[in-house]
Design a protein around this ligand. Structure first.
Ligand code: URA
Length: 425
């Protein structure tokens, strides 16, 4: 059946519903090149303002999944379960969580992306390990899931290819921050990945792209509904992203901090969030193992080592921060009332840890170490940040931003908990 692209656009523009057949036609025609980029841009803007109901969203997501290949994880001897985070600063949880849940007996297929803007990408972090390879074939993914229990690798170009084009288009048409468009974008890739179960870490706060709990709830509910409608058992955990997770924000320095947690130490917020997400993941696939034991007895660290080695990386490589370093000291004494995650993320990005365009390289060793966190006391002149960059120019750019990242007050602040709400259907 054929439709008029202009009719579909105007129907949505006027707040009407688009039929399943029209949605399928529109997306297929776009993929073939018969619907122009400007027509898709117009429809995206209409959806941005008018939204989509549950039926429209389900069909839209189906077509995005059907636009490419899907991974078949049935037949593995372990149940598969993945985690997706909507993106935060210092969010190194995947590096610890994937091997931890693998050590508990599940298969964790973490098909990830690279970072853009102030939140880092999991692949960029792991690529700071010499030899580590992000691209695996579908067969290599299956084999590693079976033998090791965890894979973190690049999502192949064949998974939901229409989403890639739509995401790039949304980026330049001001249509990123739409709940139906974000939900279908994230969930189409996870559904195509073939995981049986999924835990969503929906970040809310200064360092997240969702700033209010109400919107985070709405996004979580929409994604959970989409997952369940497509046969993926899905739960969402809302978590706060006002200050960075842990102390390290960068690439190699986050790998080093993750290894500290895998060896039983590391920052308490990283450990707490990892264990909470691990419990949700294990519950979804009926594995009755306490992840705390697997973290503390070294099993998760062993799986991490195997996971890195299986992809050509050297788990024993010593990762050193970038050579141009500077300690930033406190200009006041008192309590740290805020450590602005977004500001720290932007500083790390300017130091060289992130990219402005998707083809830009990133520095492995650049970043920010937060030496104190919210709720801690500082004295005048006490070191509060350590900055790492590859050259003086990057250092100067990061230094300028980090000055605004911390607020020091006279009163002990009340801290926001990291775990906010769990959302199920
Ligand atoms: N991540 C995605 O993959 N898609 C979005 O739309 C937003 C975040």
């Amino acid at each position: 059946m054929s439709f008029s692209a202009v009719d579909v656009i105007t129907t949505k523009r006027e707040g009407g519903e688009i039929s399943d057949a029209a949605i399928s036609w529109f997306l297929d025609a776009y993929q073939r090149g018969d619907v122009a980029e400007e027509q898709m841009s117009a429809l995206l803007m209409a959806i941005f303002f008018r939204g989509m109901d549950q039926r429209e969203l389900r069909t839209w997501t189906d077509r995005m999944v059907a636009s490419g290949e899907t991974l078949d994880l049935r037949g593995l001897s372990r149940p598969s379960v993945d985690k997706h985070s909507t993106g935060g600063v210092g969010d190194k949880i995947s590096l610890i969580l994937a091997p931890l849940v693998g050590a508990c007996g599940a298969a964790v297929p973490q098909l990830s992306g690279r970072g853009l803007g102030h939140t880092g990408g999991t692949l960029d972090k792991l690529e700071s390990i010499p030899g580590w390879r992000a691209s695996l074939s579908n067969e290599e993914i299956r084999q590693q899931l079976e033998s090791v229990g965890a894979v973190i690798c690049a999502a192949g170009a064949g998974l939901a290819p229409v989403d890639r084009r739509l995401y790039a288009l949304r980026d330049v048409t001001g249509t990123v921050e739409s709940i139906p468009l974000i939900s279908s974008s994230i969930m189409s890739k996870k559904i195509a990945e073939g995981t049986q179960a999924l835990v969503l870490d929906v970040k809310v706060g200064r360092g997240a792209f969702i700033k209010t709990i109400e919107r985070a709830r709405e996004l979580a509910q929409t994604m959970v509904g989409l997952g369940e409608d497509h046969g993926v058992s899905t739960v969402a955990q809302l978590t706060s992203m006002d200050q960075p997770l842990g102390r390290a924000v960068g690439n190699s320095i986050e790998v080093v901090e993750s290894v500290e947690v895998l060896r039983g130490g590391g920052p308490s917020d990283v450990r707490e969030l990892t264990l909470a997400l691990a419990r949700l993941m294990l519950e979804l696939v009926d594995i009755n193992v306490d992840p705390r034991e697997k973290l503390d007895d070294g099993s998760a660290y062993e799986v991490y080592r195997s996971m890195i080695a299986a992809q050509g990386g050297d788990p024993d490589a010593v990762l050193v921060p970038a050579p141009v370093r500077e300690v930033v000291t406190s200009q006041a004494s008192g309590w740290v009332s805020s450590l602005d995650a977004r500001c720290v993320g932007v500083a790390a990005w300017r130091l060289g840890a992130g990219r402005a365009r998707k083809e830009d390289p990133v520095s492995a060793g650049a970043g920010v170490m937060c030496l104190v966190r919210e709720g801690e006391q500082v004295a005048l002149g006490q070191p509060i940040f350590e900055l790492y960059a590859d050259d003086d120019e990057h250092l100067a750019r990061g230094r300028e931003t980090i000055q605004r990242a911390m607020t020091i007050g006279g009163d002990q602040p009340t801290l926001v908990p990291i775990l906010l709400e769990t959302i199920t259907r």
